[in-house]
Design a protein around this ligand. Structure first.
Ligand code: UD1
Ligand code: CA
Length: 453
């Protein structure tokens, strides 16, 4: 049986933030969330999260019932943190130690570690060009791991060792209880080091297994915002790579940001500086122009989004075209082959097949049928200062430019609304409705007051 302990009690002072470190986001989600998701994928018997500073904020961010929260009152070191969780872990469990600030660790690597460990201690190590600051792995002449020495406690020759402790390890719960009881904090930092249990294990006659990874990003910890950015870029690259391998062309994989999850069909093309947030679903052959921000949206096959368009909470059906400079807000549902052009804002709009609003319009709280043309400058006046009202436009209607549709109002099938109309009452089907004053010409009138006699 497996128990997972996620260490998250560190203060994170170097983030210089009012927010607890593990709540800072990577790819749009708190880093602790990423570690929890990976932990869950291993299907452990229990997940224990050790928290300290800002614990209430951290707990509140993860209300799920499968998490056991353990408070470490004082940050006396990593061994003390694991010790805090140990009372509720049965002796026959294996304890996998993860860190809330090492967010990109992959489940596959952890499986490798667990497979190698059996019921022995095992740790995940990596070779580093510059190992400064990390615990160094000590090995016997025959290659067996004999212990870990922390950077601050290391002798000069030990500092030259480039294989370091990632901090991720698996330990058998029963013996661990014993080994932890033996530890002292007589070291450079005056802390109880979890790393010291390796030497205790060795004295106990346990073999210590080491699994080495070559993925620096997987084991990259976040102590400050520079490392946060490093981890963010690594994550973004991972996502971009997945998209490209799945048949998506990225104009520049370094200039796409996915802050959430995205699914795609093949032959999508995404230009530079696009941000996808929340849950975004793209069909096949979807093209997204540069500078678009798309959040919680579904774009069906063949959709075209021209540059600088912002989409949030919308569904775009096959072949719909939007932008440039369009803004689709929540509950927008564009039918197949529809067209939304520049400087058009939509909200709670259902637009039927083939209908279009090509320029400068606000279309909100509206149900619009098929084959409707919305002229430039059209506004659905949906709000009377107190409540929102609906505009209904039936199939085939033509709305002239600069029309105000004062809701609630209905435009009948194939009706035509003359340009400049303020439509206050329903417009009947198959007829022209014009609401502007009659045009008049004053002969001989001049702009120059002195010239007119
Ligand atoms: C630790 C390891 C070091 C390893 C490095 C990898 C020890 C003694 N050293 O060092 O060998 O190379 O990680 O990054 O384990 N934490 C608590 N409570 C505490 C102290 C720490 O929950 O009392 C948590 C921190 O929030 C963090 C993790 O444990 O998530 C590691 O702590 P940190 O202080 O960063 O350890 P390092 O000194 O970097
Ligand atoms: Ca650290």
């Amino acid at each position: 049986m497996l128990s997972i302990v996620i260490l998250a009690a560190g203060q994170g002072t170097r983030m210089r933030s009012a927010m607890p470190k593990v709540l800072h986001g990577v790819g749009g989600r708190p880093m602790l969330q990423r570690v929890i998701d990976t932990a869950r994928s291993l299907e452990p018997a229990a997940i224990h999260i050790v928290h300290g500073y800002g614990g209430q904020d951290v707990r509140a961010a993860f209300p799920d019932g499968d998490l056991n929260w353990v408070e470490q009152e004082k940050q006396l070191g990593t061994a003390d943190a694991v010790h805090a969780a140990l009372p509720v872990i049965p002796d026959d469990h294996r304890v996998l130690v993860l860190c809330g600030d090492v967010p990109l660790i992959a489940a596959e690597t952890l499986h490798r570690l667990l497979d190698r460990a059996g019921y022995n201690p095992a740790l995940l190590t990596i070779e580093m060009a510059d190992p400064t600051g990390y615990g160094r792995i000590l090995r016997d002449p025959d290659g067996q791991v004999s212990g870990i020495v922390e950077d601050k406690d290391a002798q000069e020759d030990q500092k030259a060792i480039r294989e370091i402790n990632t901090g991720l390890m698996v330990l058998p719960a029963g013996p661990l209880r014993r080994w932890l009881a033996d530890l002292s904090n007589d070291n450079a930092q005056g802390e109880y080091y979890l790393t010291d249990v390796m030497a205790s294990a060795r004295r106990d006659g346990s073999a210590i297994h080491a699994v080495t990874t070559d993925s620096a990003s997987e084991v990259q910890g976040v102590n400050n915002r520079v490392q946060l950015a490093v981890v963010e870029r690594a994550w973004q690259w991972r996502i971009a790579e997945g998209l490209m391998r799945g048949g998506v062309t990225l104009a520049d994989p370094a200039r796409l940001d996915v802050r959430g999850s995205v699914t795609t069909g093949t032959d999508c093309v995404i230009d530079v500086d696009v941000v996808l947030e929340g849950e975004v679903r793209l069909g096949t052959d979807v093209a997204i122009g540069s500078g678009c921000v798309i959040r919680d949206a579904t774009l069906d096959d063949g959709v075209r989004v021209a540059p600088q368009t912002v989409i949030e909470g919308a569904r775009l059906r096959a072949g719909a075209q939007v932008g440039p400079f369009a803004r689709l807000r929540q509950e927008t549902d564009l039918g197949p082959a529809t067209r939304i052009g520049n400087f058009v804002e939509t909200k709670a709009l259902t637009l039927g097949r083939g209908s279009k609003a090509n320029h400068l319009a606000y279309v909100g709280d509206a149900r619009i049928g098929e084959g409707v043309n919305i002229g430039a400058g059209t506004i659905t006046c949906n709000y009377d200062g107190r409540a929102k009202h609906t505009t209904v436009i039936e199939d085939g209607a033509f709305i002239g430019s600069d029309t105000q549709l004062i809701a609630p109002v209905t435009v009948g099938r194939n009706a035509t609304i003359g340009a400049g109309t303020s439509l206050r009452r329903d417009a009947p089907a198959d007829a022209l409705t014009v609401g502007t004053g009659r045009q008049r010409t004053v002969p001989g009138w001049s702009r120059d007051p002195d010239a007119s006699s």
